[in-house]
Design a protein around this ligand. Structure first.
Ligand SMILES: [Zn+2]
Length: 186
């Protein structure tokens, strides 16, 4: 019997994926899926790895036995290193440039990763994983509003709904103009 406490980790990772994918909604399922996963990757490759190593914790969390994110004291050292690497715009830009050079075209879906970092900057408090967006350089941390704040979550998912409705309607209008010149999907 869990009380409906604001959930944080699970919900914001989903929102990250959805925001990452929204711009790729009309580019076929593969591109959308890539952007969706890349949008979640910074958290998957840090907190996600922690959950893989501690499945019992996640089970208790999903069962409502515990709530909130894992306390800092129980997190292994690698999570902090991984968090720095995955949540730095400096690292992200370097990777973006590197992939661009290798593939000879900009890795557009990788923008979803950068968007994740930008979204995290104003939405993390300085007491729990403030976004190290300039790592390894000195980063002035931002005192943000937590994603788990109910009004923020409602606004965020409302905005997501509006964004998907927008791209859906835009696609219908465009398909109408293009006639039967359909792209991927149906
Ligand atoms: Zn994050």
């Amino acid at each position: 019997m869990s009380t409906q406490s604001p959930r944080d980790g699970d919900m914001d990772i989903l929102a990250h994926g959805l925001w990452g994918g929204v711009g790729f909604y009309h580019q076929g399922i593969k591109r959308f899926a890539a952007a969706f996963v890349l949008g979640m990757s910074p958290d998957l490759l840090s907190f996600g790895l922690f959950h893989v190593t501690r499945p019992g914790w996640l089970r208790l969390r999903l069962a409502g036995e515990i709530s909130g994110p894992p306390p800092l004291s129980m997190l292994p050292e690698f999570v902090f290193h991984a968090y720095n690497l995955t949540h730095s715009l400096v690292i992200w830009m370097a990777l973006f440039g590197l992939i661009w050079m290798i593939r000879k075209q900009p890795p557009w879906a990788f923008l979803a990763w950068g968007l994740h970092i930008l979204c995290d900057i104003p939405t993390h408090s300085s007491s729990y994983f403030p976004t190290p967006y300039l790592w390894p350089l000195h980063t002035p941390f931002v005192e943000g509003i937590s994603w788990a704040t109910p009004w923020f979550m409602v606004t965020n998912y409302g905005a997501l709904l509006a964004a998907y409705l927008g791209v859906f309607l835009y696609g219908r209008k465009r398909n109408g103009k293009d006639g039967m010149r359909g792209g991927a999907g149906d």
